[in-house]
Write a protein that binds this ligand. Structure first.
Ligand SMILES: [Zn+2]
Length: 239
């Protein structure tokens, strides 16, 4: 398998990788509460794992380390850190400029942490970056967009889908034995700077998290990586 992690490449390997396939793949996450059984970095780790699988399918591309600066987010829940629209917009804009400098023709912003604040911020930034850089193709959306598994979109927060995907990629970091419903008290920060959602102290799952399995997670990751590989190849062909 090719080396695809940006941070592990030697200069000569980096130049060869850019020449081989000028697609840069950026996992976007957040440090955020994900119930009692998943780690705080789940969104970034999940997105990174999917990005690596995407690069494997493409037999190329360059995967960046996960980005943990994002918009709310369950801002008031244990361990969550969220940032302003201005910061996230500027971070994405400058990151894309730098990626263009080092050779990007296609940039994938794989959105592994969702919610309207994050999705709208990324969509706005991506639109402006694309308009100002007509030589770049920006693919920016949630990992689950355009994908169904068993008739469902594999999207949630710490639920069936995220837990399954996470278990399949990081079995040693997922702790189903610590899953509690309701969870341990999680609302703990008041007057946070970006309390966008005024989230409840009650937590309700949107699906059956107890049905999570590595097998389901593997199928979701495969479906997502396959779908995104199609988008990247199409964009490269248009270049
Ligand atoms: Zn998440």
């Amino acid at each position: 398998m090719r080396k695809v992690r940006y941070e592990e490449m030697l200069p000569a390997e980096f130049l060869e990788a850019v020449e081989h396939m000028p697609a840069f793949i950026v996992p976007l996450g957040l440090l955020e509460w994900h119930a009692d059984h998943l780690p705080l970095g789940q969104d970034g780790l999940k997105a990174h794992g999917i990005c690596l699988r995407l690069a494997e399918k493409l037999d190329g591309g360059i995967v960046l380390p996960p980005v943990y600066f994002g918009r709310p987010g369950f801002s008031t829940y244990t361990g969550t850190m969220t940032f302003s629209e201005a910061l996230v917009n500027l971070m994405l804009t400058e990151l894309c400029q730098q990626l263009k400098k080092v050779g990007a023709k296609v940039i994938v912003l794989l959105v592994g942490h969702y919610g309207p604040a994050q999705e709208e911020c990324i969509a706005r930034a991506a639109k402006i970056i694309a308009r100002e850089n007509p030589d770049l193709t920006i693919i920016a959306h949630r990992e689950c967009d355009g994908v169904t598994v068993d008739g469902e979109m594999p999207c949630d927060h710490a639920g069936l889908w995220e837990t399954s995907m996470f278990m399949s990629m990081y079995p040693e970091l997922a702790h189903m034995e610590l899953l509690r419903d309701p969870p341990l008290e999680q609302k703990r920060y008041f007057n946070v700077p970006n309390d966008y959602y005024r989230e409840s102290a009650e937590w309700k799952w949107s699906n059956d998290v107890r049905a999570a399995s590595e097998e389901l997670g593997r199928r979701a990751v495969e479906a997502i990586a396959g779908h995104m590989a199609g988008e990247v190849l199409e964009a490269l062909n248009r270049q």
